[in-house]
Design a protein around this ligand. Structure first.
Ligand code: RNT
Ligand code: ZN
Length: 415
């Protein structure tokens, strides 16, 4: 981009006390964890069947990645459009079996993920992980909260297997692995017993954590939810359940920004939680009415979350992305969500945060409002384009044309 635009932005932001180069430097240090599942509609490679568990991917856009090779190719393409280096977040269902082998989820081993480790090493990135407790014949009537002992046992064993795989990821890549447990368990209609399933979930989690693992390598998180599709009346793993469980057991609580009532301010939760946790995890997504998982946009909700991340210290967050749209080009959907998160973090680092906080403490709400409004029309787009060019990725105006080319030359040629 032109030095003129950079110089002008530099001057304008300096007028409100912000150094754009420092903001860029701070943003570049923040790592996101890119979810692998936008590329193939959360299908994975281990079990053929419907996506279940109260989540849905709707849309029939062609060219979904159907093999590990295609998925990796698309992931690399998306990374090429994102400033900075970012981790990759895998689900257990993305195990890669070789030579006709197949094992069920309770028997998964590190060796079923060696291809992903090779991939991560090639890119020089870390890996995060998730046990997959949905879209499986044994997940239809509850998992870790099931009333059936054999079903509970199966999923406890699956989660323990995933802790071992997470340790393997951390050791191989040299980067700690965040392992997040989300279960779909819940009820379509009003339950007669809420306590029983929750007590069983608690006992299952206790057993999983008792397996013994290196806490400097694996950071376990638990993810709450308010309801699922077809599971509207009660979610066993609710926010209160997991927030208390995580605090008492010294693990992390994962906040998915799509898992609350639509008028709740998710950004507001973070500072409260960080007074009680060293670190916390996020799934950044965009809720629309009754469902989450829409592609993350550069909107007010996202900016507010990013501001809270920056103000509380970005190093205290594992920032994972979680959206899946099958109605548009998936590489483009993926890229937009990731770039928008980057934009929001840059925007947050470009805010005169200390000055704004001081105005609040001085109870000078008159000036606080005015400064905040002024910031909204500063030349943010110029700084964003500069950040992209500095990190060697295509600008806002350029990347989409390249993505269209990729669809024409690569995606549309797939069998
Ligand atoms: C579902 C949860 C969960 C999943 C992924 C695929 O509501 O948000 O995180 O989206 O694990
Ligand atoms: Zn989530």
């Amino acid at each position: 981009m032109s030095t003129e635009r950079y110089e002008y932005a530099k001057k304008r932001y300096a007028e409100v006390g912000v150094d754009i180069d420092k903001a860029i430097e701070a943003t570049e240090k923040i790592q996101l964890s890119m979810h692998c599942w936008q590329g193939d509609d959360v299908k994975g490679f281990d079990v053929k069947g419907e996506l279940t568990g109260g989540i849905q991917t709707t849309g029939n856009y062609p060219y979904r990645a159907t093999t590990p090779e295609e998925l990796m190719q698309d992931i690399e393409k998306v990374y090429s459009y994102i400033p900075g280096k970012h981790k990759l977040n895998l689900h257990a269902s993305y195990a890669i079996f070789e030579n006709g082998e197949w094992v069920d989820r309770d028997k998964l081993e590190p060796r079923h993920f060696t291809k992903w480790v090779e991939f991560a090493k090639k890119l020089g990135i870390g890996l995060d992980f998730n046990p997959t407790l949905f879209a499986h014949p044994k997940s239809d009537d509850g998992t870790l909260s099931s009333e059936k002992d054999d079903i509970r046992r199966f999923w406890i064993n699956h989660c323990i297997a995933c802790i071992r795989i997470s340790e393997y990821f951390a050791k191989e890549t040299g980067v700690p692995c965040m392992m997040n447990i989300w279960i779909p368990d819940g009820f379509k209609d009003i339950p007669a017993d809420r306590k029983g399933p929750r007590a069983r979930l608690k006992a299952s989690l206790d057993e999983i954590l008792a397996c013994g693992y290196d806490k400097s390598l694996v950071y376990v998180a638990v993810e709450q939810k308010v309801f699922g599709i077809g599971l509207e009346s009660m979610t066993v793993g609710s926010h209160e359940f997991y927030m208390n469980y995580a605090a008492k057991n010294d693990i992390m609580c994962l906040i998915d920004s799509g898992h609350f009532h639509p008028t709740e301010n998710v950004a507001d939760k973070l500072s409260s939680m960080l007074l009680f946790y060293d670190k916390m995890a996020l799934h950044v997504t965009r809720p629309v009415r009754w469902d989450s998982d829409h592609v993350v946009l550069f909107n007010d909700d996202l900016r507010e979350i990013a501001l809270e991340i920056v103000r509380n210290g970005a190093d205290r967050f594992f920032i994972g992305m979680d959206y899946f749209d099958a109605s548009i080009n998936r590489v483009s959907a993926w890229t937009n969500g990731m770039r928008n998160m980057e934009k929001a973090l840059l925007y947050a680092n470009l805010a005169p945060n200390e000055e704004l906080a001081k105005l609040q403490n001085d109870r000078n709400f008159t000036k606080l409002m005015s400064l905040r409004e002024e910031v909204k029309t500063l030349p943010f787009g110029d700084v964003w384009d500069y950040y992209c060019s500095k990190t060697g990725v295509l600008s806002e105006h350029e990347w989409f044309a390249d993505c269209e080319k990729y669809e024409k030359e690569v995606l549309s040629k797939r069998a």
